[in-house]
Design a protein around this ligand. Structure first.
Ligand SMILES: [Zn+2]
Ligand SMILES: [Zn+2]
Length: 891
């Protein structure tokens, strides 16, 4: 205790040490005994394939601030950690590994492949967890879960069977997004739409029994092979005479009907729409309404099927070329226009998605969505900031059934079996041995696995032991808040709401805090292709984890995207250093401090001021954290610690701490300093856990870890507006004197005298009491207080308004302080040099050759230099003018 800190703060020397100490001491563990009020957060489980990126860093820093804050506020905190098996992503990683070995999963077989994935997980799947520890995350690692561990797999099966029994899961023909490369269905959300330059082909479909043709427009002529109708809008006057007629399908010659449907947009193309139910979502719906058949002409690998006749086996895009050629030869291609249209791509591999009809498993979400909508409407779940409610409601009211089957191997295999003998489908918690309908023992299990988001939708209760009725589930569900980015609001957050409300009959979380995205300094999204990705681990190496965390919190303004700038990171590293250095100074003055000795000294006004400020800071920081205003909490702490505690308080109390000071007062100052530091460290701990723990252990009178110390609370009896007004006056006066010195270029070594004029006797009295501080902090020799103004010639002057509304005049006589003639010469020298620089810059900027050849940033530098020189020159000129007036005795 009471040891002095190292001269220089080295974050890397302390971070690992304290993390191990916290973990070994069991401080991260939730008690779950009901002794304290519960506070719980489930981590958005990172993919096991993941590596910490800026989004994770922000998301988890904010969660850690919340859990550390609540732990210190006396809650039984559970921060539930874990990882997601990330179906397609993980399978892709292992498939790439196999490819390097000249293998593929089909040659390996399903079981061996899954064993390979588990092996990969054991070796590489824990990387992100160790990175979260590096960030300081205080998760309850003793409860770490994985979406494919035994308990969670059981929960998944239970939910699937229950929803199936309730008729909320069904298997059906449906048009789905299909990735021909990944060979799997994709949810709507997994398709990324991109506007592309393409063509609109106008194709003539000859009328049957009449002369002429109907012209349809399409971007995908190869799909005409699967057309089963042409549809027009019943209101469209151009086609009134054609209702009920037929056309002949080009190339194949099949006869297909002309139908009317109010959903046909008369504005698109010619207003006549070719209907391809098997390969277009919109057409699929029309076909359902009209009972039209669906003909699949493209298969799951993107090749033409038998139904495509002579085009069978061709790739879909090669087929397009052949069809166009044939249409041209037959004179059926009316025209081709350039056209921009939106094309769906697989979010994993960027292959163009093919809409296909297939047998898939679905969750009927309409009934599940209603309670979730109501929960947000009634405020049982609060979205913060509330601006996200609109998109939430839009999406939830237009929600389509959720396709949950995926044609991959890595994931929760769907617990459904088919009996080949009688076609019975059996959905069961346990593997069935015989068919309940015909008794056949030969059952075939569904090969598909569930969408990754199915298991993560259960995360808030499956991780707490559901379907068992565990004490954890009773205590920590609903969780207190979910902290997430908006990009998984629908993938994940909405689905957790639906599943939680349906299965637990209760919301999964009371609040959802939706934070911003981290962008580069220019505001662009970070991406591999732009090469602007910043690795959070590099930033932690460079600036220390505490400074990094504090920066993220300070950037996290509600609802605004974050522009990461290293300049600000460096600024917060300076802040960490400031905290370190101030603590070091304090500890050097606490070597002989005895915490056991009583202190009955009253607070003086400086102490009353800082204690009053501290109470307000506690109140503000606590309020901001409760409202998720992380940036404001960080700002309040930064301002108080740097600009009040360090800049003023520590300076003002130096005389009292000096070795020669009155022993009782000195002990009193020491006690207060310990108290202040203790409060500051505890306030700061959730943001900067490592440095605060290190200093805490050196602070006299502390025991144990800061992370289990109580968070400071407001003591209203210490609020003291009078002391604050008094110190504001003192600080304003000192700043005004310092400014005068700087303006008049008075060397630091020169002592000055100050005359203080005020008609307000009370103001004079206050400053009289603080003469010693003025002398010390403004480097003043003597201070004279006078009620009447009357300045000598050649004096600098400043006027300040006091907090009580009166005015105060400060006069600094300059005779003998500065050598006016020498100052004049110095000014001339400086102005000469500036003028030369200015002229040179102006020459450069008017040189067209320079402007044409120099890189833009060099030109910008010169422009900035021009501005800076001009500004400085103007300042010097006005200073010179002022100086000459002073010498002349004018005011
Ligand atoms: Zn794909
Ligand atoms: Zn059977």
């Amino acid at each position: 205790m009471g040891e002095v800190l190292d001269k220089v703060y080295d974050p890397h020397r302390i971070e690992d040490k304290w993390y191990r100490y916290w973990e070994d001491s069991g401080f991260f563990r939730a008690q779950a005994d009901g002794a304290k009020p519960p506070y719980s957060i489930v981590i958005p489980p990172p993919n096991i394939t993941g590596s910490l990126h800026m989004g994770h860093a922000l998301n988890n820093t904010l969660q850690d601030i919340l859990v550390r804050f609540h732990r210190m506020c006396g809650y039984d905190v559970l921060w539930m950690p874990g990882t997601d098996h990330a179906g397609i992503a993980t399978q892709n990683v292992v498939e790439r590994q196999l490819a390097e070995e000249g293998l593929d999963r089909h040659r390996l077989g399903r079981e061996a492949f899954i064993a390979r994935v588990w092996q990969w997980k054991a070796e590489s799947g824990g990387r992100i967890i160790s990175q979260l520890k590096r960030l300081g995350c205080s998760c309850d690692w003793s409860r770490e879960r994985f979406t494919m561990d035994e308990g969670l797999s059981r929960a998944v099966r239970e939910v699937f069977v229950r929803l199936y029994e309730e008729g909320l899961i069904y298997k059906g023909d449906y048009i789905i997004n299909w990735c021909p490369r990944c060979q799997t269905a994709l949810a709507d959300l997994e398709v990324e739409h991109e506007v592309k330059d393409g063509y609109l082909y106008f194709i003539r479909y000859p009328l049957v029994g009449w002369e002429g043709a109907l012209t349809v427009a399409t971007t995908r002529p190869e799909t005409l092979l699967g057309d089963t109708a042409v549809a027009v809008n019943p209101e469209d006057n151009r086609y009134q005479g054609y209702h009920g007629d037929s056309v002949r399908l080009p190339v194949l010659g099949r006869k297909i009907p002309i139908i009317t449907d109010p959903h046909v947009n008369p504005e698109f193309g010619t207003g006549a729409l070719k209907v391809t139910p098997a390969h277009d979502f919109h057409d699929f719906e029309i076909a359902r309404r009209h009972g039209l058949p669906a003909i699949q002409v493209i298969d799951q690998s993107g090749r033409m099927t038998e139904q495509a006749g002579k085009f069978q086996g061709l790739d879909r895009f090669a087929c397009r070329e052949k069809i166009l050629k044939e249409l041209k030869n037959d004179g059926l291609l009316e025209k081709v226009e350039r056209y921009q249209h939106s094309v769906g791509h697989c979010y994993r591999c960027r292959t163009i998605v093919e809409p296909l009809i297939s047998k898939q498993w679905f969750v009927a979400v309409k009934t599940l969505a209603e309670p979730a909508i109501a929960a947000v409407q009634t405020g049982r779940i609060r979205l913060i900031p509330a601006m996200w409610e609109k998109s939430f409601f839009d999406w939830m009211t237009n929600i389509r059934d959720w396709c949950i089957s995926r044609q991959i191997w890595w994931g929760h295999r769907i617990p459904a079996w088919t009996c080949p003998a009688c076609q019975q489908i059996i959905v069961s918690r346990e593997e069935p041995t015989v068919c309940p309908s015909c008794g056949s023992p030969d059952l075939v299990q569904e090969t598909d696995v569930l969408d990754t988001w199915f298991s993560s939708a259960l995360w808030p209760f499956s991780t707490l032991g559901w379907p068992e009725d565990t004490p954890e589930l009773r205590l920590f569900y609903p969780t207190s808040v979910l902290v997430t980015a908006f990009d998984i609001l629908f993938f994940w957050v909405a689905r957790m709401m639906m599943m939680g409300l349906h299965l637990m009959k209760e919301v999964p979380f009371r609040e959802v805090y939706i934070h911003a995205l981290v962008r580069d300094p220019e505001g662009q999204k970070m991406s591999k292709s732009k090469g602007n990705i910043v690795d959070p681990l590099d930033l932690m190496d460079k600036y220390g984890t505490d400074a990094f965390r504090f920066s993220l919190a300070a950037f996290a303004a509600m609802g605004r995207d974050i522009r990461l700038s290293e300049e600000r990171l460096a600024g917060y590293r300076n802040f960490a250093n400031k905290v370190w250095n101030a603590s070091r100074f304090a500890l050097m003055n606490l070597g002989d401090y005895d915490p056991a000795q009583r202190d009955e000294q009253p607070l003086d006004v400086v102490e009353a001021w800082i204690m009053s400020r501290l109470q307000q800071v506690i109140q503000e920081v606590t309020g901001h954290l409760k409202n998720y205003a992380f940036d404001q909490a960080a700002h309040v702490l930064y301002q108080f610690i740097w600009h009040q505690f360090c800049d003023w308080y520590l300076e003002l109390i130096k005389p009292q701490l000096a070795p020669g000071a009155d022993p009782l007062r000195r002990h009193h100052s020491q006690r207060l300093l310990v108290d202040l530091l203790s409060n500051i460290l505890r306030l700061l701990h959730p943001f900067m856990p490592f440095i605060t723990e290190e200093i805490w252990h050196r602070l006299p009178g502390t025991t144990g870890s800061i992370m289990v110390a109580p968070y400071p609370t407001v003591n209203p009896s210490l609020l003291n507006p009078e002391a604050e007004a008094e110190l504001t006056l003192v600080m304003d006066t000192i700043v005004a004197i310092r400014n005068m010195r700087a303006e008049m270029n008075v060397p630091l070594a020169s002592q000055v005298d100050i005359l203080v004029f005020s008609q307000d006797e009370q103001t004079l009295q206050i400053l009289r009491r603080h003469t010693r501080s003025l002398v010390l902090l403004a480097k003043v020799q003597t201070v004279q207080f006078q009620p009447e103004s009357g300045a000598p010639a050649a004096a600098a002057k400043a006027v300040i308004l006091t907090p009580t509304g009166s005015s105060l005049e400060l006069v600094m006589p300059l005779k003998g302080v500065i050598d006016f003639r020498e100052e004049e010469r110095r000014l001339n020298r400086e102005m000469d040099k500036l003028s030369r620089d200015l002229a040179q810059t102006q020459r450069k900027l008017s040189n067209e050759d320079f402007l044409a050849k120099a890189p833009p940033e060099v030109v910008q530098k010169e422009q900035e230099k021009l501005l800076a020189c001009t500004e400085k020159l103007n300042k010097l000129k006005s200073h010179q003018k002022r100086l000459r007036e002073l010498v002349a005795g004018k005011e």
